[in-house]
Design a protein around this ligand. Structure first.
Ligand code: ATP
Length: 231
């Protein structure tokens, strides 16, 4: 499993009176296969996971993935860290569903035959086989979320970061994503408000006002989060 080191990371957005500190002195060493991230709206979860592939550069402190610094070695880090955004529209880059899945593979210099084979496999695995030539922006919200997941997983990253991957999915597809995450060989960091997705996770971090206020097994952490939410 990749080795994630987050050392003394603080981060703020905005300037002057509008300055808002979103992460405060976060220190973590993450090596477990399944890591969940929960917390109230605005508690810093998305900002935290965006550190992991260098999308957010910390104001202070460092983040490394397998010894690679997410700022200094950003390009290499992004090859290893697959990232699925909450809003799948932010991730669709090509006109059709099939082309979108193939896009990440083309950038990796694979042969035409290999790209076609892997793309077809992903289309089938995510229930999108009938939509290969369909305009990607015309998919339903949930189908777009599945496409975003397929386009990232097809590149076989070492670490997969999922920021609320099931917000738009119906019950069946949300369940499909849960089972899929269970089976993945990769390390997964998953942000969610759907606590049932975290069943069996090795470690769950609870964020509150930019700090990790609880860090433990799934049951304990979910209990701590519930308590925090009802305070
Ligand atoms: N690019 C940005 N510019 C300015 N402020 C930002 C930016 N990104 C996030 N923030 C602010 O940082 C705070 C934390 O946001 P973040 O998205 O990390 O929270 P979250 O815990 O993921 O919330 P949610 O559960 O609602 O998705 C929020 O107040 C948000 O407005």
């Amino acid at each position: 499993m990749p080795d994630i080191h987050v050392s003394a990371v603080s981060h703020s957005f905005g300037d002057g009176a509008a300055r808002r500190t979103v992460l405060r002195e976060v220190d973590l060493h993450l090596t477990e296969p399944r890591i969940g991230v929960v917390g109230a709206n605005g508690s810093g979860k998305s900002t935290f996971v965006r550190l992991l592939n260098g999308l957010v550069r910390p104001d202070s402190g460092t983040v490394t993935v397998d010894g690679l610094d997410t700022v200094r070695d950003g390009r290499e880090v992004r090859r290893r860290v697959g990232f699925c955004f909450t809003d799948p529209d932010a991730q669709i880059v090509m006109p059709t569903v099939g082309e979108d899945i193939a896009f990440g593979l083309r950038r990796r210099g694979l042969s035409r035959a290999e790209i076609a084979e892997r793309t077809e496999g992903a289309l089938t695995a995510y229930g999108l086989a009938d939509h290969a030539d369909h305009p990607a922006h015309l998919l339903s919200g949930g189908q777009k979320q599945l496409l975003a997941l397929a386009s990232v997983l097809v590149t076989e990253p070492d670490l997969l970061v999922l920021d609320e991957p099931t917000t738009l999915l119906d019950l069946r597809n949300a369940d499909m994503v849960r089972r899929l995450v269970d089976r993945l060989p990769q390390q997964v960091v998953l942000v969610t408000h759907h606590l049932d997705l975290l069943r069996g996770f090795d470690r769950v971090l609870v964020f509150d006002h930019g700090r990790v206020v609880h860090d433990g097994g799934a049951d304990d952490a979910v209990g701590a989060y519930r308590e925090l939410a009802t305070r």
